[in-house]
Design a protein around this ligand. Structure first.
Ligand code: IFM
Length: 446
């Protein structure tokens, strides 16, 4: 299979994605306040390898070199996130000018290199002071988020024209407040559903605030979506897959694009459902300019729980490689939700990469990217309006509860020296983007 840019529409955007906490480091510099992830990393047993984000990829200091790398890939765009605790160390009120200055420099650096900035406002690094007041389970956090969104829009709006409010609200609610794997590490379904609702209200309020501050910006949200399939045609397996789809996908898609929660799941949640105030659903369902889709794998469900198909390939995360799921998902978003224009805002795979001299050979990752890009192209051929694709991730980075033990980067990071070494997949991506199969990336850094 050889995929080329010609398989995509003319103005299709290709880029790479990262997030603030996973790469920036410098967690105590230039007035940044503590985030819930700084706190969580210090709790014993939370992070597989006992690490934290203090240094991460040191992107806060090496951003220019990292932007050079993105440019040398031939990318059109860079999806990055803004750390709320750099802008408002307390999560409310006073603004930290040095935090805004950092993103000013970063955005200017992108524009100088011909890269279009795609900003995400919240990729999980909530200011700790807001968590001390209940975090997303407290409705006030939604209002604070809209205030922060407006501050960012007012400062960057003359140069950044694309904003996603939230990254993956399923993770920052269910995974964080019910399953306990992510900060703040709680195990309480009622709080998780309150958090999910307040995240969505915060999204809606932020969209309103940014529409007010900016004339022409494109505003959207990024969801992690996982199509679910029944393990067999037995009615109980079909019902299990439908239920899993409801809790994972429809719980977020339905309020955003239909202005209602899915009735079957609402009933299943019983007394744990969130308090929905008058006007909330209209606020959540405000029209958007795009939906960002993060796709990694599918789910297969039976009445006895989730199933791992035995003949499939799996990544280092243990996630099944299933590109057809991406086509199915994109077609469904068009057919069931009449979704706005779509971007694949994340897609990629972790493998246990090894540095051999100056090379990292990662053929499985290349195959993963190729097959998923083919899946996107297939959805486009079905008439789905997909506008862009961002590979996750530019760099190996802090993979949350997995610490630095899982590598998703196109570029290998030697954390001891902070040396960056483009992997074979980076050369492959550069070949796709520039049309020059023998492209030469920036050499490994010292
Ligand atoms: O690294 C994460 C990212 O922060 C959010 N989406 C999934 C990625 C891989 O787990």
């Amino acid at each position: 299979m050889t995929i080329t840019r010609k398989d995509f529409p003319d103005r299709f955007v290709f880029g790479v994605a990262t997030s603030s906490f996973q790469i920036e480091g410098a967690t105590r510099e230039d007035g940044r306040g503590p985030s819930i992830w700084d706190t969580f990393c210090r709790e014993p047993g939370r992070i597989l390898d006992g690490t934290n984000g203090d240094a991460a990829c040191d992107h806060y200091h090496r951003w220019a070199e990292d932007l050079d790398l993105i440019q040398s890939l031939g990318a059109d765009a860079y999806r990055f996130s803004i750390a709320w605790p750099r802008i408002q160390p307390e999560g409310r009120g006073a603004v930290n000018p040095r935090g805004l200055d950092f993103y000013d420099r970063l955005v200017d650096g992108m524009l100088e290199r011909g890269l279009k900035p795609y900003a995400t406002l919240y990729h999980w690094d909530l200011p700790q002071t807001l968590q001390d007041a209940g975090g997303w389970a407290n409705r006030d956090t939604a209002h604070r988020f809209a205030e922060y969104a407006r501050l960012v829009a007012e400062r960057l709006g003359d140069r950044v024209t694309s904003y996603a409010t939230l990254n993956e609200p399923w993770c920052s609610s269910i995974l964080s407040y019910q399953i306990g794997e992510h900060a703040p590490g709680l195990r309480n379904r009622k709080l998780a559903l309150a958090a999910a609702h307040h995240l969505l209200v915060g999204h809606g309020e932020a969209v309103a605030a940014m529409r007010d501050a900016l004339r022409d910006a494109e505003l959207g949200i990024v969801l992690n979506l996982q199509p679910t399939y029944p393990a067999s045609e037995k009615p109980e397996d079909v019902a299990a897959a439908h239920h899993a789809d409801g809790t994972f996908n429809r719980w977020f898609l339905d309020p955003l694009f239909r202005g209602e929660y899915p009735q079957d799941i609402w009933e299943a949640y019983g007394a744990d459902v969130p308090e929905v105030q008058p006007g909330d659903l209209a606020c959540i369902a405000r029209p958007l300019d795009f939906l960002g889709v993060n796709y990694y794998s599918r789910g297969v469900n039976s009445a006895n729980g989730s199933v791992r198909p035995p003949d499939s390939a799996y990544t280092h995360m243990g996630w099944e490689v299933y590109p057809q799921g991406l086509t199915d998902l994109l077609v469904r978003l068009k057919e069931d939700y009449a979704a706005p224009p779509l971007f694949i805002t994340e897609n990629g795979a972790a493998y246990p990469d090894e540095l051999t001299g100056d090379r990292v050979h990662d053929p499985e990752r290349i195959r993963y990217f190729e097959s998923h890009l083919e899946a996107v192209a297939q959805a486009v051929r079905h008439g789905v309006d997909v506008r862009g694709y961002f590979a996750w991730s530019l760099l190996d980075n802090f993979e949350w509860a997995w610490g630095y033990s899982r590598r998703f980067g196109l570029v290998y990071v030697d954390y001891a020296s902070q040396r960056r070494v483009p992997k074979d997949s980076a050369l492959w991506y550069q070949g796709l983007l520039t049309g020059q199969p023998e492209g030469v990336l920036l050499p490994a850094t010292d």
